[in-house]
Design a protein around this ligand. Structure first.
Ligand code: SD4
Length: 309
């Protein structure tokens, strides 16, 4: 039986990423190829929060995290990776060409170079340089991530020249025509983070999880609080117990609220998920989050429900 393929991804940049994923899915390709090709678009684009153009750490260096997972419980990830343009593709090579799941830092870079990935200059993009210089003036270290897509402290995305707001980490999950699920997630992480800090995005079960029998989920927002509840894995387990994708995402957001209490007001977390029937859903802690959906019926940017009104 052939299914209708579906792909969803985080934030408005997901629309462009979904287009590339759709080229794979609409021609009968594998979900794994779709989720890699899709987020590569974002990695190569100019933005605050994904790829080499993203904001640096406190030492002024861009360090990238990415993970990928296929329909057979194969997974790969890289973290604290510098000067490589497409961490998602390195994560895939880790999955396919090594006996390991994660490579980090210099070792990940050494592996990437050995695999033929070019070593880029390591220079900051003009936007990131400006943002870093601004940050240095204040040197705040207050982890408030992108609550309303604007104006929330040093970690908020910047406004683009055309007036749009820049997106955040991209996470993508897809189902192909065979009904197989895969997912990907890639980020430069929290802007101006401590050197060596990893978020949820490269951690299988936190920023991304795929169980081809049940569903798939990916996360965006404050990684520390996604890790503490094994976010994406918990959402998939909630779907396994019978919840819809949206209800499953909501359940884990509510768990974060219970844990963080008052502090939940100052962080943003969002999950997007798909189940084995191709039903999609999402839920965020605060407003301002959006996710992009592509099906045979066309593309859509959806603002999901959120916990704080
Ligand atoms: C991280 N989850 O490094 C990523 C960043 C992110 O919205 O998604 N920001 O914690």
């Amino acid at each position: 039986v052939l299914n209708n393929p579906v792909v969803i991804s985080t934030w408005d940049a997901g629309l462009e990423a979904n287009k590339a994923a759709w080229e794979v899915l609409s021609t009968g390709g594998r979900a794994l190829d779709a989720v890699e090709k899709g987020v590569m678009v974002t990695e190569a684009s100019i933005n605050c929060c994904v790829g080499l153009g993203g904001n640096p750490d406190r030492e002024g260096r861009v360090t990238l995290d990415a993970s990928i997972m296929d329909e057979n419980y194969n997974c790969g990830s890289v973290a604290f990776l510098e000067r490589i343009k497409h961490p998602i593709s390195v994560a895939r090579r880790v999955m396919e060409k090594t006996p390991h799941v994660m490579l980090v830092g210099d070792g990940a870079q050494q592996f990437a170079v050995a695999e033929g990935f070019p070593l880029e200059s390591g220079e900051l993009s003009p936007d990131a340089k400006k943002a870093y210089e601004n940050w240095l003036k204040k040197s705040e270290y207050k982890p408030v991530i992108n609550i309303e897509n604007k104006g929330h402290g040093p970690f908020a995305p910047q406004q683009l020249e055309n007036g749009d707001w820049n997106h955040d980490t991209i996470g993508m999950v897809a189902m192909d025509a065979k009904g197989n699920l895969s997912g990907s997630c890639t980020t430069s992480g929290m802007g101006f983070k401590m050197r060596g800090r990893l978020g949820d995005s490269p951690i299988i079960g936190a920023g991304l999880f795929v169980d081809n029998e049940v569903g798939a989920c990916t996360a965006t927002g404050q990684g520390e609080d996604v890790i503490r509840v094994a976010g994406s894995h918990s959402v998939v387990e909630a779907m396994r117990s019978g919840l819809s994708p949206e209800a499953a995402c909501k359940k884990i957001i509510e768990r974060i609220v219970r844990i963080k209490k008052e502090q939940a007001k100052d962080i943003q977390v969002a999950f997007i998920a798909i189940n084995k029937k191709g039903v999609v859903g999402a839920y965020a802690l605060h407003k301002g989050f959006s996710y992009a959906v592509r099906t045979t019926k066309g593309e859509q940017l959806i603002k999901p429900k959120h916990y704080f009104k």
